[in-house]
Design a protein around this ligand. Structure first.
Ligand code: SR1
Ligand code: MG
Length: 425
């Protein structure tokens, strides 16, 4: 069907299509933007598209007009992941809705959304080319003094605020139904909360020297397996708040003046500590990368100190802001006391340490590895990084009830470095 639209002095022929989903290629993304008359003006007609996605799930296209230089991002969720595994597409709608919700709460911290298409399961959004992906920025040992404050602001305003303590249990239960995110949670439950403890990873190996440790100690460590199972139980059963669900450094774009958080496609109701733990774990990857690659450099030591201060900043700032937010906004009559707030905070901090440990482990063992560690070329340095991280991960999980204060994290980090160095001598 062709629709003729009269636009001042010209007639536009618009084909009405896109009534059934298909995975678009670069040219089809350009055609789509033109047919839907999205983002670009009629004069901007020299469009080029490039697929720039480097994640595991979706296809991400940057479309640029060569005349004006203006560009936009089209992110499409297909029926298959990039590694050809069948997957539902409900995550794309959830991502769109979450981005809108986050934009209301933290307008400066999410990309601008221009369009959402429920049939094509794609989102047209701001190109964040003024920012750098935080994982790569951290790999270059760049520091961002504002990060801890900003990420805590995001966590309080977009995650903590969704607890039933503030919005009421009736509303929250309906939200829990809406954001159950079956396929995304299934991925998390397999990749993060199960496989690293059960599977032999011939396809995604760690350094050979670490295999006896992995199979004979780590995966045989009954205490670790039990505590990891408890955290998995919590993730499945505790609908504490609406999480981002995948809050790692690769989901953050940053520069010296600000940051934008993307990709809430794994959003679901689960323990808040899962998201905070993810942030902390991914800071540690950058720390350990720097530690094994540049142990002596003064600049690198400064960077690692910044990471440690940032982790401590996240814990202290979260503690302060959580208690204040709770005191000022709680509506549940049973939850008004200071003791209650403190009790809840301690549970969240315990979870934070535990889920940080689980995130660390799954990025070392398993298929969803991180570039911070994977790109270390020297086998000995990589093996050391893996061993430190596995020891740190274990410690954070098993001893999580003791890891609540900011300085416990730096102590755990130092301990893991010393222990792994000694074992691998
Ligand atoms: C096959 S999906 C692997 C991972 O990519 C996403 O970013 C999530 O972290 C997921 O666990
Ligand atoms: Mg992602």
């Amino acid at each position: 069907m062709i629709l003729i639209i009269e636009l001042f002095d010209r007639k536009l022929e618009v084909k009405i299509m896109y009534t059934t989903h298909f995975k678009m290629n670069e040219q089809e993304v350009i055609d789509y933007l033109k047919a839907k008359q999205l983002f670009f003006t009629a004069q901007e007609n020299k469009l080029i598209a490039k697929e720039i996605g480097d994640g595991n799930m979706n296809y991400v296209y940057r479309v640029t007009d060569q005349g004006s230089g203006r560009s936009v991002i089209v992110k499409q969720a297909d029926k298959y992941t990039r590694s050809s595994r069948k997957i539902g597409q409900e995550r794309n709608k959830i991502e769109f809705e979450l981005l809108c919700f986050e934009a209301e709460k933290c307008p400066d911290m999410v990309p601008q959304i221009f369009h959402y298409d429920e049939i094509m399961t794609c989102i047209v959004m701001e190109d964040l080319k003024a920012y750098q992906n935080m994982r790569f920025a951290l790999m270059e040992e760049k520091s961002f003094p504002f990060f801890s404050q900003k990420i805590v602001e995001f966590i309080i305003k977009t995650i903590v605020s969704t607890m039933d303590s503030f919005v009421g249990p009736m509303f929250k239960r309906k939200q829990v139904q809406k954001y159950t995110n079956v396929d995304a949670c299934d991925i998390t439950e397999r990749l993060v909360l199960t496989n690293p403890y059960r599977e032999k990873y011939a396809q995604a190996p760690i350094e050979e020297v670490n295999l006896p440790y992995l199979y004979n100690h780590f995966q045989m460590d009954q205490q670790l397996l039990l505590e990891a199972a408890k955290l998995k139980y919590k993730f499945k059963n505790e609908t504490q708040a609406l999480l981002h669900g995948d809050l790692h450094s690769g989901s953050i774009f940053i520069n010296q003046t600000g940051m934008k958080i993307i990709d809430p496609e794994f959003a679901c109701y689960a323990p808040i500590g899962y998201d905070i733990g993810n942030v902390i774990a991914n800071l540690f990857f950058a720390h350990i990368r720097s530690y094994v690659l540049n142990p002596g450099s003064e600049q690198s030591k400064y960077f690692r100190q910044w990471i440690e201060n940032t982790v401590m900043g996240i814990i202290t700032d979260f503690t302060k802001k959580f208690l204040l937010y709770f005191q000022e906004n709680v509506t549940d009559a049973m939850e008004k006391s200071q003791d209650y707030r403190q009790w809840l905070l301690h549970l969240i901090l315990e979870d934070t340490a535990g889920y940080a440990g689980l995130e660390i482990n799954r990025r070392i063992i398993g298929i969803a590895k991180v570039k911070d560690i994977e790109s270390i070329q020297d086998k000995n340095q990589k093996a050391l990084a893996e061993r430190i991280l596995l020891m740190l991960g274990r410690n954070l999980i098993v001893n999580r009830t003791q890891i609540k204060a900011a300085e416990n994290y730096t102590a755990a980090l130092a301990e893991a470095c010393a222990l792994a160095e000694r074992e691998m001598k």
